[in-house]
Design a protein around this ligand. Sequence first.
Ligand SMILES: Nc1ncnc2c1ncn2[C@@H]1O[C@H](COP(=O)(O)OP(=O)(O)OP(=O)(O)O)[C@@H](O)[C@H]1O
Ligand SMILES: [Mg+2]
Length: 283
Amino acid sequence: MDSILRCEQITASYGAKTVLRDVTLRVPRGRILGLVGSSGSGKSTLARVITGLLAPAAGKLYYDGRELSPRRTPDERRNIQMVFQNPDGSFNPRKKVGTILGDVLLFHHRTDRAHLRQECGRLLERVGLAEGDLERYPLSFSGGQRQRIALARAMAAGPKLLILDEPTSALDVSVQRKILDLIRSLQQEQKLTLLFITHDLGIVYDICDDVAVLDEGRICEVTPSEEFFRSPRSARGALLLDSVPRIPEIAGDGALSIRPEQMGQEERHEDQMPEQKWAGGTA
Ligand SMILES: Nc1ncnc2c1ncn2[C@@H]1O[C@H](COP(=O)(O)OP(=O)(O)OP(=O)(O)O)[C@@H](O)[C@H]1O
Ligand SMILES: [Mg+2]
């Protein structure tokens, strides 16, 4: 399969503490790869290595078949963008949204000053906010709106590969759904490749084409989603699935179908239903 990014035997550490060990992973182009694993397994660290924020202690990264050096060119930075696990910490609270987006557009030569305002407005509208919001400061928005701004900022660079680190974990279920819909439509429209980090297997079930499982800094399986939810290949994958409550689904007209995002809102009928579907939950 055509990979946009390859990690070859990546090892990464914080001081004396080794967090990633021999991570080899291919990110298939144009698809959504879910990266799951327990808290502390190294998911965010791998994201930092891929975006160039953390230099690996060993191993190599290839983007489009070309090796990425630790000092990325602006073009290499543009191609791989990230939405952080905690977007609030990534905003300068003294910069208006218009400046935040404008800086990225100008840095990557995505527009000139004459069209800057218009381009910023277009970006903001694409993520469901209004042009007038360019004048506001990030912390004056709700959590869901801030996540939209973080998405707009990442999209401002014009990336090919977007890494989303738990982009909806701090949001309530209904907002989560809207942000996921937005992510999915951006992915299709811009033909993006996504690396979607989450501990929520309901989301993986919903939107990911493939699942990679990280266990204490090692990749223990990469499996097409459909197969993963039927029969994970690794013990850690099976354990993650076992820790998620199952909910039923019956196919056909008038059937009961509880989608993962409705978990906790619907009554369960486990013992009556023949078929089971994976629900969202904390892995
Ligand atoms: N800046 C840092 N300095 C030292 N250790 C760190 C640092 N960041 C993360 N770690 C440690 O590295 C390990 C992996 O952390 P990482 O944040 O990559 O995990 P994660 O899989 O993203 O977890 P979570 O699901 O909780 O976000 C953890 O043991 C963590 O404590
Ligand atoms: Mg993390």
